[in-house]
Design a protein around this ligand. Structure first.
Ligand code: SF4
Length: 444
């Protein structure tokens, strides 16, 4: 296909799910843009790509219903190309072609760079095309990434997971753990800083079990902290059994490392943790939380909780409720358990009725909301360091920044403060965003 033909083709990319998918979406946009395609909104797109997530039934249902809708659109626009990327492609593979005739293209997480030629192949052959490579790492650093922020960049350092939590689909969709060599991570981080990036978030399904050429995660953090003009380093997601003393010491020692720590608990009941194969008890988990808070008292702890997992009796649920009240997280993603077909837990009976799951989910959400309200109010009146990310999406006359705990703050300030650190007094909180007042301007 000639370049000017490509130039006339508009591609819309709709990303669902986690930060790893966001990164893959940015890579896809960059590669297609560099190949001459125009990245556009869905309204007037010639190609619609959905970058999918399989972690919960609901995430898949959303894509299935979109496919249904696009099937209707294709009745009047048969030339429209509909494609899938991401975890649903890895999980379902070509089976989806039989179920959805309106689906033209399926691209695996390791085949993103082939998108331009695959779209051409669909146009040329007018047949369903799939490219789903099974093995190897799905990360290939490229300067073609079309980032949504000039100052912040996602940086995947590993993919896959060697743990086998019985409810989780990641080992199926992303395979076993593969870590990028530490020197490549360092080189890519330095390249991003050279492009003006000041804040990097390291990505991995189980980031703290990273091991690149013998370099463990705490050592990688130390290494990256040495990069001049790299001001902040975040990372997600951690597994409690890999959250080590060395990692906590590294965080406490380095002011560049974010104080937002996401540590999924999933359940407060040891019986359910065992059924989930989470490899730790609630006591183990609590000891780690206490140690982290001892070393880094300003840490903001967030978590994931599943309610209604197979076999969850009233006392198991009560244990989870007690854990939330005891740990007092700054944030929690609380979900109803949904069976994922290809996971070990699919063999267990999904015996908690939907209404009970919903009731427990709502009760925990209310409890967590109250804890967050109290914890956020305890920050009011404090002066905090804020990294200024840009204009507030809600009020263009205000700036948006984040504290070292990655709490959002909006305040009045001039555009030239973007990309700098400023001191702000926290005056109020609206939803989950603080409203602050700029103290004297710090000129970098
Ligand atoms: S550690 Fe996380 S990604 Fe790995 S299997 Fe468990 S829940 Fe899934």
């Amino acid at each position: 296909m000639k370049l000017d033909e490509r130039k006339s083709l508009k591609v819309a990319i709709h990303t669902f799910g986690c930060q790893m998918n966001e990164y893959d979406g940015e890579v896809a946009a960059g590669i297609l843009g560099a190949a001459g395609f125009e990245i556009a909104g869905e309204g007037d797109a010639d190609v619609i790509l959905m970058n999918t997530c399989s972690v919960r039934e609901h995430a898949e249902e959303r894509v299935f219903s979109r496919l249904g809708m696009l099937g209707k659109v294709k009745r009047t626009r048969p030339e429209l190309i509909v494609g899938l990327m991401g975890c649903m492609v890895e999980e379902h593979r070509e089976k989806l072609f039989k179920r959805f005739h309106q689906l033209d293209l399926m691209v695996g997480t390791r085949n993103i760079k082939e998108l331009p030629s695959l779209i051409e192949e669909v146009r040329r052959r007018r047949q369903q095309v799939a490219r789903i490579k099974q093995d190897g790492i799905s990360i290939e650093y490229t300067d073609l990434v079309r980032r949504t922020s000039k100052l912040h960049a996602w940086l995947p350092i590993m993919t896959g997971c060697d743990k086998v939590c019985t409810f989780c689909i990641v080992p199926v969709t992303r395979g076993g753990e593969v870590s990028m060599p530490a020197r490549e991570v360092y080189r890519e981080a330095s390249r991003l800083v050279g492009e003006g990036v000041k804040w990097i978030t390291l990505l991995g399904q189980n980031v703290n079990s990273y091991r690149g050429e013998g370099v463990a995660f705490p050592q990688l953090l130390e290494l990256l902290c040495q990069i001049d003009r790299l001001e902040r380093i975040s990372f997600t997601t951690s597994h409690p059994s890999d959250a080590t003393e060395e990692l906590f010491q590294t965080i406490a020692r380095n002011p560049k490392i974010s104080r937002r720590f996401h540590l999924p608990l999933q359940s407060g009941s040891d019986r359910i943790l065992k059924r989930m194969k989470r490899l730790h008890t609630y006591e183990d988990y609590k000891k780690k939380v206490n140690r982290l808070r001892e070393l880094a008292p300003d840490v903001s702890l967030t978590t994931d909780i599943i309610v209604g997992f197979s076999g969850e009796a009233e006392e198991d649920y009560e244990a989870t409720k007690r854990a939330l009240a005891e740990v007092r997280y700054d944030g929690a993603y609380i979900y109803k358990y949904s069976v994922r077909p290809t996971t070990p837990a699919a063999k267990l009976t999904d015996d908690v009725p939907y209404e009970v799951k919903e009731e427990r989910n709502q009760e925990l959400l209310r409890l967590q909301k109250e804890i967050e309200r109290e914890k956020n109010r305890s920050w009011l009146g404090r002066q905090v360091g804020v990294f200024v990310e840009g204009r507030s999406p809600k009020r263009s006359d205000q700036l948006l920044g984040r504290t070292l705990q990655e709490k959002k703050v909006v305040f009045d300030g001039a555009q030239d403060l973007v990309g700098t650190f400023q001191t702000v007094t926290l005056l109020d909180i609206k939803n989950e965003t603080f409203v602050g007042a700029l103290e004297s301007v710090c000129v970098p």
